[in-house]
Design a protein around this ligand. Sequence first.
Ligand SMILES: Nc1ncnc2c1ncn2[C@@H]1O[C@H](COP(=O)(O)OP(=O)(O)O)[C@@H](O)[C@H]1O
Ligand SMILES: [Mg+2]
Length: 351
Amino acid sequence: MTTEQDQIVEQSQLGNVGDLSGDSLLKVRHLSVDFVSIDGRVHVLNDISFDVKKGEIVGLVGESGSGKTTLGLASLRLLDSPPAEILQGEIIFDGKDISKISDDELWQVRGTGMNMVFQESLIALNPVYKVESQLGESIGTRNKKNSLHTDKETDKSEMLRILRELCLDKPDMVLKKYPHELSGGMRQRVSIAMSTVQSPRLLFLDEPTTGLDAYVQNRILSIVKQLNREYGLSIVLITHDLTVASKICDRIYVMYAGRIVEIGTSREILDKPFHPYSESLLAALPSGFEDSPPLPVPGGEPPDLKHLPQGCKFNPRCIYVMDTCRTDEPDLVNFEGRMVACWKYPSTAKK
Ligand SMILES: Nc1ncnc2c1ncn2[C@@H]1O[C@H](COP(=O)(O)OP(=O)(O)O)[C@@H](O)[C@H]1O
Ligand SMILES: [Mg+2]
């Protein structure tokens, strides 16, 4: 491991690992979402419950197609309907059910409450405007929401300060660039700047390091950890890479086929994954090359959500499969202080 990585892991351990006593800033309860198209209906999220405490970094980890982005978008009430259909569930942010608030309140919540840095920063940023005008627009929106009035000079020095904080060494040069003139890592940081300028209390980061080299990945993760420590910003880190999540997350939710299959601290899941799928994710990490992207998960292709098997959805890929797994789906239950959905564990056993 590099020194920087060690530092990140250490910082994460010093954080609030395992401390679930604090209040939940975001509570999602029994959320089920379908996507409906002319080809039919697909269950994308199935009875998902998850929590983010104040000041916590939570990881949503699973292969592509497991529903991570959909869960992030649904939490912010950003899913387009159609094609999305919310079948059930509550999303409570700071004590308020966000499905019941007015559009005005929702607009407030999205900026200064929750915010999301989307995957693919090249798509998320507007290609025809320079960074300065896009960041300026974010500041303008923030000011409007908070009834603040600032002049252009103050805004400019704020932009320079934020970019500098995000380790962009020549912020004045960055402001003059169009998104395509920046590297992937720089674009990602500009996207983070545009979200954090609104001072949200909770930030979703969707695959913020995917496609970036190991050095830039670690820098971005350090920055995210720093935002969390200095400003108490709660973070949901969406990633397919268990190593990335384990570097900064306090707790990890492992997702498979639109379900949560295990919840534990990063350390617990890295040291001793309980769910066979978490074990497979770990097995996909190239040993001795912690900075390399994960290999394909052993046991075959990710599931086709349109043709999921009966019973446990992971059963066709599971090396521990038993008869029950092919007929009944296990609930997410407490086993030795961790939540896991697998028939291997005694507390899951049918009464
Ligand atoms: N707008 C959409 N219309 C139809 N299906 C969608 C849409 N967005 C996502 N899906 C489907 O939902 C499933 C979960 O997608 P997503 O949440 O993007 O997963 P992840 O982020 O874990 O890769 C996938 O099968 C995907 O094809
Ligand atoms: Mg995604």
